[in-house]
Structure formats: C-alpha cells, structure tokens
Design a protein around this ligand. Structure first.
Ligand code: BGC
Length: 798
C-alpha cells in the first residue's frame, strides 16, 4: 500500500502532530474548561519572554516588541479606543489588550467625528455627587447596571470608574466625580455602582486610591493624614466599596500620601487592601503618574498606565540587575492576565453594540430628578403651575452643563437636554423670543471662541498652550460654562417681567481634573442679574427661582435671601434639563438631600486654613490638620453655622417620623433600629432618612454625630407609612484608636438620632455598651511623615 518507509513515517508523524494539535486546541481554546483562569494565566506567563512580560505590564502591550497597535493615541491620558480585542503576541492568541475607558459619569468614548456614521453613542448619567444626593442605593445600582451594560455591549472590559475620594474641600475640581463628604454615603454609593456594573462581567475600577483630594500639584503633593482620620474617613469610603462592591480593579492616585507615592506604598497596596479588606483584583496606576516603575511593581501594581519606554527600560534593567525578581513580576502580571481571561470577550460571549440607549436616557432622567436638592422653597413657591408664564434667565438654562471637564466627561453621548428644552417639552409657557436672545448669545460665545476669563491668566495660558485670545480646541466643552454671563439692563429685565409670572435663573459652573475650580464665586454680572430680577419681579408680586447647575458645593449665603426658591441641580447628566423641568413642574417630587454641608463661607471650612497645602501655588505638603472633623463632623461638633446642613433637602410634601425602636437596650454585637415614616402632606413623595450616632467619649474624643445608617422610603402616597430598619454592628460603633491600632467601641451610652438632616433630628433613643470593645485589630501602618497638629474638641489646631 505504501510506496516507501518515508511515506509511512510522514503519515504517522503527520497524524500524531494533527492529533496533538487537535488536543492542544481543544484544551487551549477560549471555551475550554480544561484549565481554570488562574492556570491559564500562569501558563500564558510561562510562555512569555521577559520583554513580552514587561511590555504587557507597562502600557498593556504597547511596548511588546513587534506589537503594532491599531490605534491613534489621543495624547496624554489617552484611553485605548481601538485596541478592543487586539492580540498582543500572535503565538498567544488568548492574550489580548484590555479595552478600557473612562469615566465616572458614563462610558467616555471619543466624541463623534464629523461625517462618521454608525457611531456608538453612550449615555451621560448624572455625576457622582448628584447620584449620592439621591441617597437611593438601589437607584445607583440601576445606574451601574445600565452603565455596565453599555461597557459590555460596546466590547469594553474595564471601566475606570467609580471615583470614591471624599469631598474634603469644594475647590477640588474633581468633586463632581466623587460622591460625598461622608465615608458611609460615599462607600455605599460606590459599592452599589460597582455591583451594578460588574453584573455584566466587566471590571469596575475604584479610583483614585488614595487621598486624591485636590488638584493643586496633583502629581506630587503629599497628603499628610493621621492614621485615625485615614481609617475613619479617607480609607473608609474605599473600604466599604471594596468589601461590599468587590471591584475587579483599583486605580492608585498620582499623589503621595504620608511620604510615599500611593502606587509605591506596599502598606497601602498589600497589608491594608489585600490582607485586611480582602481585595482580590488588580491594581492599575493613574495615567502617566510619576515615581519609579520598580517601586510600583514591587509595591503591587499589576498594570502601569499609560506606560513609557523609560518604564519599560527601568524594569528590564531591574530584572537583569537582580533588583527585581522575575518571579514577582510574573506574579503581578499573572493577576492582571487573570482579569483579562475572565472578561466576557475571553469567555467567548458576543457583544451587541446596541444597548437600549432610550431606556438608559429615561433612567438617567429619573436618577437626576431624584438627586436634585430643593434647598429653599418659601411660601411653597415650587412647584410651578402650568398656567404660570416663565422667563428663563442665564446662559446655562439654554446650554446645560451635564458633567465636568477632563476624564470625567462623557464625550460620546447623543444629546444634552437643556433646561429650556426640558421645560418646553413639559408644556411650560416660556416667554417667547427669550430663547432666541439667549441662544444667540450662546452661539456668539462659541463663534467668537474667546479664551474664557477664568483661563485668561499666565499660568492657565501656559498650562493650556493658549496663544492670543482664541480658545484652544480642547475648550469646546468649557466655552459656555466658563464664559461670562449675559449682561441685561434693568429695562430688559422689566421687559421680560412684563411677559411672565415667574423668573427662573440658572447659574452654571463646570470644573474638572487638574484645576482648583470647584468653588468659583458668583460673579458681579450674576449677582447684578439676580438682584435686578428679584427686585423687578418681587416689586410686581412675582416669584424668583434659582437653579444651580454646578459641580458641587457652591457659595449661597451671600445671596440666598433674595430668591424664593433654590434648587441644586448639580451636574445632572445628559437628561438634566428634563429632570429639572420634572421637579419644577411637580411631576417629580424632590427627594434629594445634600451629600455635603454648604458652609456660610469658604473660610468656615475646617480644611480652609490648610488647603491645598504649602506653598499654595505648588503645594508639596498638604497637612490634613482638621483630622476627623470633616464636613458636618466639624460643623456640628463645633457649632459653626452653616448655609445648608449635611442631609438637608426639602420636599413638596411633609413627613412625620415616629416609633423609633431598638431591638435591645444592651449592645451584644449588633443592634437594629426601626422607625416609621409617614407622608403627612398631600403629594406622593420619598424621604431619605438618616441615622446618626453620638458615641460616648471614654478613651477617645469623637465628633458630635456620625452618619451610621440611611435608607430611602418607597414613593409614599399621602397618608401612607413605611417602617425602615437600620442595623448597627461593632464597626458602626467603633472609632479608630491609633495608639493600639484597633477599632474600639467605648463603654457607655450611645445616642441614636434619626432625622431628615444632620440638623433636623426627629427621634432619638439610647442603648448601652457595658464594657469597652476592641472590635477589630489592624496593622499599624500608614504613619504620617510630618508632624500634624490636629483639631481637637479640647483645643483648636494652629
Ligand atoms: C485621570 C484618571 C483617568 C485617566 C485616563 C487621568 O488623568 O486622573 O481618572 O482615568 O487619566 O483618562
């Protein structure tokens, strides 16, 4: 049969080779269950050369020899758009680049280019602060779910969100990306967001770990924080998010903390997060951060972004010089590859590229409406009657600011519904022709493309490469927000007043990464507009409403007496104008409450004397001398007057609190409180109920009150009640005693206060802890490298 032995040999070897290849392919195919993700990741790493390993660890593949990325880098801070599902090393086809994108308010792809067809639009959801203001964690989880669905359906695997840093100071341009001044509200919001997102198999990234509370010298400043303030506040929000949300990734911050860059801090990345909190995901650095690549890998970083040739060389030399054990490098890389292999694409799942954007827009509107906070509503000025003719003042009423600038933008959303359009759609009678006047003004700003006042100073000009008076290209989204308000004469205001029954004025402010621009004061033009409008309308017996389309806490005390109502609308996402219209009309009953205290003036803030550190322009050290007294913890302990208290927010109905009960009087590891909330008004509404604890001070001093639980009722009809429950465990009672590195609950009487805000307590109860408890021992880590002089109840810091 066979012509010669060679043919037999060939046939035999051919069959064996074929069988071998088949067996290998079956075992090594994407759908194979022969290997666990961990085994497969280890196998892949075992097949890689040193250069390949470093090339993936640094920049996710871009420095792998011969790798040609099929993307145009969009410059600094770039996200790798078209590296979706790209094979890095042909002989290891299962090792692909990770498709990642920003950011906290929605999948932030590049904006649609002129003439581009079939563009994949994404939804701009309400920003973090607005979501936290809803106090509705179920709703935040639904947003996470819709957001994660877009991430997944467009073939992305890692979303660089949510942001979990505390609001220490409103100047920080990034506050809108984060949630609150309170760690419980921040941590729970982030956990809900992560849970919602990760239901889709993709990875969420908590950022910016740690103490990234300012933008001044953001790549280098050293946040100096006591161990106690860290544990109780700044770490606490991340701890809750890690323990309850189980994020697949954490992004370290640019800055230093207590002396070390956060991405080089082994105590932070290993002892605390992995050992104490059980974090099992991977660490990614913030993009183009400073510090040493070697330090990062040694401390625990699994992916250095964006990565640079210098970092590649540094690691290669370090391995060759035995400064870095290749085994450690393998370990870091394996963890990251495990993530890649557990992503939907690697698991062989299809993508639709067709998420339900309409449903997501409707959800974005619902969530924004629930996050709006009615600060003031004299004589039930709101809701407006449909019959009332409305004059809409302020450029941002016609050009909504949906989100801030920088990576927190959502450049790929389809539309941005302005307040004007939202009100029009709901059938409000808006003064005819007024929209044209304002839209012309908005167009003029865009056409003239002048550098906005705020950026017109030597530093900003240099930072943004501004030459002459023309705004650079990247200012597109900043032009209207940062340009000056339209100037109106009294006669013009009178003209509008003659044709309307009520004036609604919108003031807008954007802010963003790299800038200390979160708290830009009301301008003279805005103040004059407000004063004139109030004077003209009030003297005719007409009402004035102010809407704030701002990124966070804003100064209100100097003007809040003037209008009849003030609605805080934050940066509410693409459907914001509709949500504002819903609340103004009463279609939605406001139920948002402040996630931050609004101080009377900036200087009242406990961080004001130390922020953003010294020297002020380019701070090296930022001393957190206010210690544990951040936000209401400060204002309510030291009896400092505020403009609006933490947790404050009005409704069009009223709620009564009753029957506050504890299930026991002596704490034995856990205690449950319940309270009945009844809608006593004449409209359906929801109420965000807050539980504060006042703990005895035996070993440690403590803030007067701390938020330890919150819940939101369902939509209660007039007369309807709901009983809410709050469970307090040992950690809820405990404070961090750095002297013994432990969470400790002092013996004594604890007062539980349940209320509608931190300064509107409706019911109180007490319980006892007979003997002091050491609730949890921790590592003694993260000691400050500078002498702090923290604020104390017994003495003011200097
Ligand atoms: C920001 C990150 C962002 C990254 C990528 C950095 O400048 O700090 O939040 O995820 O850029 O865009």
């Amino acid at each position: 049969m066979f012509s010669d032995n060679r043919s037999v040999f060939r046939l035999l070897t051919g069959s064996i080779l074929f069988a071998g290849l088949l067996a290998f392919f079956c075992w090594y195919s994407p759908c194979s269950h022969a290997m666990s993700v961990e085994e497969e990741a280890a196998y892949i790493v075992s097949q890689m050369t040193l250069e390949e390993k470093i090339g993936v660890l640094v920049g996710d593949g871009r420095y792998v020899p011969d790798f040609e990325k099929n993307t145009n880098d969009a410059g600094q801070g770039m996200i790798i758009e078209d590296m979706r599902s790209q094979v890095i090393i042909p002989r290891l086809p299962r090792l692909r680049t990770t498709a990642m994108s920003d950011g906290p308010a929605g999948l932030n792809r590049e904006a649609k280019k002129d003439g581009e067809e079939n563009f994949e639009y994404t939804t701009a959801f309400p920003t973090g602060t607005c979501l936290a203001a809803s106090w509705n964690m179920e709703l935040v989880k639904r947003i996470g779910d819709a957001f994660g669905n877009e991430v997944r359906e467009y073939g992305y695997e890692l979303i660089l969100a949510p942001g979990v840093n505390l609001h220490r100071n409103p100047n920080d341009g990034r506050v809108f990306e984060y949630y609150s001044e309170d760690p419980l509200l921040s941590g729970k919001s982030a956990a809900a967001m992560v849970q919602g997102m990760q239901q889709h198999g993709i990875g969420a990234t908590l950022k910016h770990f740690m103490a990234h509370n300012q933008q001044a010298n953001r790549h280098h400043f050293n946040a100096v924080i006591s161990q106690r303030a860290l544990r109780e506040l700044y770490l606490r929000s991340f701890e809750i998010a890690v323990r309850e949300g189980h994020p697949k990734s954490i992004m370290t911050s640019y800055n230093r903390m207590n002396g070390l860059y956060t991405d080089e801090n082994v105590e932070l990345l290993q002892l605390l997060t992995r050992q104490e909190w059980g974090f099992d995901g991977f660490y990614i650095t913030d993009f183009d951060g400073k510090g040493s690549a070697l330090g990062k890998v040694r401390a625990g970083i699994n992916l250095l972004m964006s990565g640079s040739p210098e970092e590649f060389d540094e690691l290669l030399t370090a391995v060759k010089n035995q400064k870095l054990d290749e085994k450690l490098l393998d370990e870091r890389l394996t963890k990251y590859i495990e993530f890649k292999l557990s992503c939907p694409y690697a698991l062989g799942e299809e993508i639709s590229a067709n998420p339900d954007l309409e449903a997501h827009a409707a959800l974005a509107r619902e969530a924004a409406a629930e996050g709006l906070v009615l600060l003031k509503n004299d004589n039930s000025c709101l809701p407006l009657e449909k019959a009332e003719r409305v004059a809409l003042f302020g450029k941002t009423a016609y050009s909504l600011i949906p989100y801030g600038t920088g990576s927190g933008e959502v450049r790929s959303h389809k539309r941005s519904l302005s307040m004007h359009d939202g009100m029009k759609e709901l059938g409000f009678q808006l003064v005819e022709g007024m929209d044209k006047d304002y839209l012309d003004y908005v167009e003029k700003i865009k056409r003239e493309n002048k550098v906005p006042d705020y950026f017109n100073n030597p530093k900003m000009r240099a930072d943004n490469g501004i030459v002459g008076d023309q705004a650079p290209k990247h200012f597109k989204g900043r032009l209207v927000a940062f340009s000056r308000e339209r100037v109106l004469s009294r006669e013009e205001v009178e003209g509008y007043a003659g044709r309307s029954d009520v004036a609604v004025i919108c003031f807008g402010r954007s802010s963003g990464e790299n800038y200390e621009n979160g708290y830009l004061p009301i301008t003279d033009i805005e103040r004059t507009l407000l004063e004139t409008v109030c004077d003209v309308y009030h003297s005719a017996g007409k009402k004035v409403v102010v809407v704030l389309n701002v990124s966070g806490v804003w100064e209100t005390a100097s003007w809040s007496d003037l209008p009849d109502a003030i609605l805080m609308a934050w940066l509410p996402g693409q459907e914001g104008g509709g949500a504002i219209a819903d609340v103004l009309s009463g279609k939605a009953n406001p139920s948002g409450k402040l996630p931050d205290t609004i101080p009377v003036k900036y200087d009242d803030l406990p961080s004001a004397p130390y922020y953003p550190g010294t020297p002020k322009e380019e701070p090296l050290n930022s001393l957190y001398n206010e210690g544990i007294y951040v936000g209401y913890r400060y204002f309510n302990t030291f009896d400092v007057p505020v403009a609006y208290a933490f947790g404050h927010g009005l409704s069009y109905t009223t709620f009564e609190y009753s029957d506050l009960k504890g299930d026991k009087e002596i704490f034995d590891g856990s205690i449950t409180f319940s309270v009945k909330v009844t809608n006593t008004g004449d409209r359906a509404g929801k109420e965000a109920v807050q539980l504060y604890l006042t703990a005895p001070m035996d070993k440690l001093e403590k803030p007067e009150q701390e938020l330890k639980g919150f819940a939101k009722t369902q939509l209660l009809q007039p007369g309807e009640s709901e009983t809410l429950q709050f469970v307090l465990d040992g950690r809820a009672l405990a404070s961090y005693w750095s002297g013994i590195s432990a969470w400790v609950a002092d013996a004594g009487v604890y007062v539980v206060s349940v209320g509608a805000s931190s300064r509107d307590i409706r019911q109180t109860k007490t319980f006892q802890v007979p003997d002091g408890l050491v609730v949890e021992k921790t590592h003694d880590i993260l000691f400050p490298d500078y002498l702090l002089n923290e604020l104390s109840r017994n003495r003011k810091a200097f």
